[in-house]
Ligand binder design. Sequence first.
Ligand code: 5GP
Length: 205
Amino acid sequence: MSEARNRGLLVVVSGPAGSGKGTVLTELMRDGGYRYSVSATTRAPRPGEVDGVNYHFLTREAFEARIAAGEMLEYTEYCGNYYGTPKREAEEVLQSGCNLLLEIEVDGAANVKRKYPDAVLIMLLPPSFAVQEQRLRGRGTETEEKILARLAQTREELPHVVEYDYVIYNHDGRVDEAVADIRAIVRAERAALCRNKDAATRYFQ
Ligand code: 5GP
C-alpha cells in the first residue's frame, strides 16, 4: 500500500557497443514495474526502427525548439546528432511510482545525476575490452572502420565509469545474471533509508 505512494526510481543504464544493453534491458522490461523512456533523436531511423517506439525521430529544428521550451530532461550531441530524454513523460512515470529506465550515454547520465541526485546510474560492461572487440567483430554487420570507431569511443567513455553508482558485467551466455544484478540494485535502492525517511510516519498511518 505505502510503496505505491513512493516515487519511482530513475534508473540510468549506459554501456558501450557490445555490452548487450538492448538484450539485458528487454529482458528486464518483462518484469513489469519499469517503463522505458523513449528518447528523441535527430539521427535517421535504422531499418526496422519505429517512430515513437525506438525513438521519437525529430528534425534538428524540432529538437532545438524542444530544448528552448525546456522540454528535455537531459540532452546531448553524440556523433553529430542530438539525443534527449523528454521531460514530461519521464515525470509522469516517476510520479506514478513506476521505475523509469533511461538507456543513455555517459554525458547524458552525468546531466541526469546533476538534476536528479536520486537517480541510480548503472554501467553495463562486457567482461573486458578484448571480449567487446570479439563481440563487435563477431556480429559481422559493421565495417572495420566503424568497429575501430566504437572501440575508440569506448576508450574515451570508460573513464566516466567513476561517475556511476554501480558497474555490472554481461558475460557471454549469462544475460540472466546481468538482469538479476539490475533487479537486485533496484530492489535495494528502493528500500534505502534515504528514499524512505517517512517510514515511521507511514507506519502509524
Ligand atoms: P544509437 O544511435 O546507437 O541508438 O545511440 C547512440 C547512443 O546514444 C547510445 O549510447 C545511447 O545510449 C545514447 N542515447 C540514446 N538515447 C539517448 C538520450 O535520450 N540521451 C542521451 N544522452 N543519450 C542517448
